[in-house]
Structures are given as structure tokens and as C-alpha cells.
Design a binder for this molecule. Structure first.
Ligand SMILES: [Zn+2]
Length: 193
């Protein structure tokens, strides 16, 4: 990883086994039943230590938005580089705004940032597979495991703009899901041809 940025790669140029799991640019049905194209361009993250060092926004390390565990496909969990959709930078900006409005530290769950289309926690394809969603389990000292706290911070998230969607509370929830929809980013110098 260079000191001034992340290396962007075209997912269509990755080895076949990676393409089979990441499915770059592929049209899939989202959990809403509507077809969307999965991200094609990714940042190549060379190691966990690099992810922990890389500040993707003022108060967020890249690692916070890409932490997965044994629910992720083995190859993607164990082999580096890891690939994270380029839209993760935009998610980080929104989380930074959320943190500012909440005026407290924001904690994203494991498996609650980017996870691949092959991740075993997926129930249908969600914005998590685009790198445009985050599950927030704690804000400051408040754990988001009951309706009142989740509703409070859902309002904060919705106040950030019309593109921000929150998932309404369901009994048993232990986090607030926020997402920006199914958008993808084409970095400079990357061709979509
Ligand atoms: Zn979620």
C-alpha cells in the first residue's frame, strides 16, 4: 500500500478463484428483489496490519469497515491481498458525519462492514456486499441492543441525507444497520470498457 493511497484493481483481472467469490460487476438480485450490479473495482489491502494502519477517514481505520471472521469464504478470509470495493471510502465519509452528529465514538460490528457475496451471513445480497453499509453496535457508551437507543441513532443517521437508509428495529436486534444503497465507484485511471 503506498503512503498516499490504496491500490485500485479491476476485479475482472483477478484470478478465477477470486472472481468466482467476488463476482465483480455481476448482476445479482438484491434482498429487495431488484437486480443490481456488484462492485467491479476494489482496493487491494495487503495485510491486516496495513488495514489497521490505514486511516480511511479521520476517525476510522480501514480495518474497522472490513473485519470479517469465519463466516467469510476461506480464500477471502485467509489470503492476502483482501479486496474491498472502492465505495468503502464514501461509506467512511458518512460514518465520519454520523460520528460528528452523534458526538461519540462509533463502533462497527465484525462482519458488519464490507463482506463478500460469498459470505455465509448473507441472506440475499445486501449493501454490505457493495461496501456501502455498516452495522453499528455501539455509540459512545451506549450499546444499540434495544429499541430506544436504535431509534435514537437511526434518526441521527437519517438526518445525514436522503441517500441514507436505516433498517427499522426488529425484536432481538443488537445493532443499527445503515446503508447508502447499491452504488459502485470507478476510481480514476480505471476503465470500465
Ligand atoms: Zn447490516
Amino acid at each position: 500500500m503506498s503512503s498516499n493511497g490504496l491500490e485500485a484493481v479491476d476485479g475482472l483481472t483477478l484470478p478465477e478463484e477470486h472472481r468466482g467469490l467476488l463476482r465483480p460487476g455481476e448482476a445479482v438480485q438484491g434482498e429487495d428483489g431488484i437486480v443490481h450490479h456488484l462492485p467491479r473495482f476494489f482496493f487491494a489491502v495487503p495485510s491486516w496490519s496495513a488495514a489497521r494502519e490505514y486511516r480511511i477517514a479521520e476517525h476510522f481505520k480501514l480495518s474497522e469497515l472490513m473485519t470479517v471472521d469465519a463466516f467469510e469464504a476461506d480464500l477471502l478470509l485467509h489470503k492476502f491481498p483482501h479486496y474491498v470495493p472502492c465505495a468503502i471510502t464514501i461509506l467512511a465519509r458518512y460514518l465520519e458525519d454520523f460520528r460528528r452528529e452523534a458526538d461519540a465514538v462509533v463502533f462497527v460490528s465484525a462482519n458488519g462492514g464490507y463482506r463478500s457475496p460469498a459470505h455465509r451471513r448473507n441472506r440475499g445480497k445486501t449493501a454490505h456486499n457493495w461496501g456501502t453499509a455498516a452495522d453499528i453496535y455501539r455509540v459512545g457508551d451506549t450499546y444499540l441492543d434495544e429499541e430506544k437507543a436504535i431509534a435514537k441513532y437511526a434518526r441521527v443517521a437519517e438526518g445525514l441525507g436522503p441517500q441514507v437508509s436505516v433498517r427499522p428495529y426488529v425484536a432481538g436486534d443488537d445493532h443499527l444497520h445503515i446503508d447508502l444503497g447499491y452504488f459502485t465507484v470507478t476510481p480514476r485511471n480505471c476503465s470500465e470498457s
